[in-house]
Design a protein around this ligand. Sequence first.
Ligand code: 5GP
Length: 112
Amino acid sequence: MSTLFEKIIARDIPAEILYEDEVCIAIKDIEPQAPVHFLVIPKKVIARLGEAEKFDQSRLGHLLLTASQVARELGLVDGYRTVINNGIHAGETVPHLHVHVLGGRQMKWPPG
Ligand code: 5GP
């Protein structure tokens, strides 16, 4: 069965797409937690960071560089936060790896 994000990548479910290439897609989060909140998602399904393998190394790097590129394009000059929720304790809800990028307001530390 396809993951939610595979359905978005296949255009079976609509999403606001900010960027796409052969490796990943960046979409606006449907329930934004900051003025800017987008997700960078690999097209290859990796359930979560903890299940990434050595051969995913360049794919993982690509996700972070894409997060940085899209954040720059969206004008997040004062900073932004990247988050990867891995598993139950982190609050992961979609079992298809994604990097959250949140910006446009002051973030707090420690996170909840
Ligand atoms: P997680 O909780 O797994 O770290 O993050 C999943 C994210 O996916 C959440 O921030 C949630 O708002 C977002 N999300 C869930 N369903 C959809 C959807 O149908 N479209 C979009 N664009 N985002 C979604």
